[in-house]
Design a protein around this ligand. Structure first.
Ligand SMILES: CC(C)(COP(=O)(O)OP(=O)(O)OC[C@H]1O[C@@H](n2cnc3c(N)ncnc32)[C@H](O)[C@@H]1OP(=O)(O)O)[C@@H](O)C(=O)NCCC(=O)NCCS
Length: 383
């Protein structure tokens, strides 16, 4: 049997695990304490006592806002909710079967040339901040109205009197959401906003590090977030919970899944080995929501899966697991779960893009070549 690849190449870390690929002041994951801080503030405090707009302000401006600064920032965002109608024409041209993640990725691509700072150099920090605000403000509108378009409905004018979470929910349903729904959505956006050098944020930084623009970074990020090992896990987790159906089926289901070596979506994390701090908080919210809505069965299924995964695999749920059944209890269509992640994470992507561009170096790792060498070329007619 050949030696493990890491013995053969001691400097190689598959999946870049443990590799330090940058220095950042945006967020810190402390895996030992299972904690996450945005610019030094615990996400629990931000989610419980603040609002998503405050987190966006913190990520983009590197400090918490005052009352007046937050009010002005919310107004600036609301004034930027609207998108050019051409974006809706592009979305209408897509097949109705298009996944909303592909719609939002396409929407950002189409949006870039409409940005008033389109021609600004990618190193112009002021222009980048203005772009970042537009990017954050328009996400909920594009996901919400993108959903309407694929449902054969007309886009609605965004509601400037509502925050990001409420405006998005209003566009999806065509009615103003209740306060509890807005609170859960807002907290989940705060928890999803930023998470260090995760795959999509890193991909976003790789893109802007070529001195490409913020929008290209966002498009790269969304494409990377889409997969089930990353953001796509929240949709897959809900499909799994629905497949289980009832709490009495859960034990047999998970026993069988583990026996057949299935990956259980919404469990495990590259960074957190003692639990995902965001999941602790969102699990509490999701279970309370179930009690409030008189539907505790998803919480009960979750309890069984969580206990079994911990006992047998020493794995904890990640944020995508409670987010899945919280969103389901809020009647949000499953294929909007990962796009909701986008609405939140574009704030983190933008902060990282600006940080990268403020002190840039091209990101270009190296690779070990293991293919053939020095082969003799035979002209095509002689092969
Ligand atoms: C998040 C994730 C990609 C991290 O991956 P990673 O750091 O590369 O860890 P690995 O996939 O190498 O997993 C290490 C071990 O734990 C197991 N494992 C990890 N997550 C698992 C899961 N969700 N279900 C079952 N087993 C899992 C792996 O099979 C592997 O076991 P092995 O060593 O016996 O082969 C992984 O946990 C996963 O695929 N989770 C499900 C998808 C998900 O929820 N993604 C959202 C992340 S926020």
């Amino acid at each position: 049997m050949s030696a493990p690849i890491t013995e053969k190449y001691p400097n190689y870390s598959p999946g870049l695990e443990g590799v330090i690929a940058g220095i950042s002041t945006i967020s810190e994951i402390d895996s030992d304490r299972s904690s996450l801080q945005y610019r030094g503030y615990d996400v629990h405090d931000l989610a419980e006592q603040g609002c998503f707009e405050e987190t966006c302000y913190l990520l983009l401006n590197k400090k918490l806002p005052t009352v007046a600064e937050l009010a002005a920032f919310k107004k600036t965002l609301a004034d930027e909710y609207e998108v050019p109608s051409h974006i809706y024409d592009v979305l209408r041209a897509l097949p109705k079967t298009t996944h909303p993640m592909d719609m939002i990725r396409t929407a950002y691509s189409a949006l870039a040339p409409f940005d008033p700072d389109y021609d600004a150099p990618s190193t112009d920090g002021d222009a980048n901040l203005r772009k970042a605000i537009r990017i954050v403000a328009k996400a909920g509108t594009m996901v919400g109205n993108g959903h309407r378009i694929r449902m054969g409905q007309e886009p609605l004018a965004p509601r400037k009197d509502l925050g990001v979470a409420a405006n998005f929910l209003y566009l999806v349903n065509g009615t103003e959401p209740d306060a509890k729904t807005v609170q859960v959505m807002d907290a989940s956006l705060t928890l999803y906003a930023e998470h260090g050098f995760n795959a999509s944020t890193f991909a976003n930084r790789v893109t802007v590090a070529t001195l490409s623009d913020l929008y290209s970074g966002i498009v790269t990020g969304i494409g990377t977030l889409r997969g089930p090992l990353h953001g796509g896990a929240n949709e897959e987790a809900m499909r799994m919970i629905l497949e289980i159906g009832e709490p009495e089926n859960a034990q047999a289901w998970i026993d069988d899944a583990l026996a057949t070596k299935k990956k259980i979506m919404g469990f495990g994390h590259r960074e957190y080995k003692k639990g995902d701090s965001r999941a602790f908080y969102l699990t509490k919210i999701a279970k309370e929501l179930g009690i409030e809505k008189g539907n505790t069965k998803y919480g009960q299924i979750a309890d069984i899966l969580e206990k079994t995964m911990l006992e047998r695999k020493n794995l904890f749920p990640n944020v995508d697991f409670p987010a899945a059944y919280a969103y389901y209890l809020l009647n949000i269509p499953i294929d909007l779960y990962t796009p909701i992640f986008v609405i939140a994470r574009v704030s983190g992507y933008s902060a990282h893009a600006m940080e990268q561009l403020a002190n840039n170096r091209l990101i270009r790792p190296t690779v070990i070549y293991e293919g053939d060498k020095n082969l003799e070329y035979t002209p095509i007619e002689k092969r």
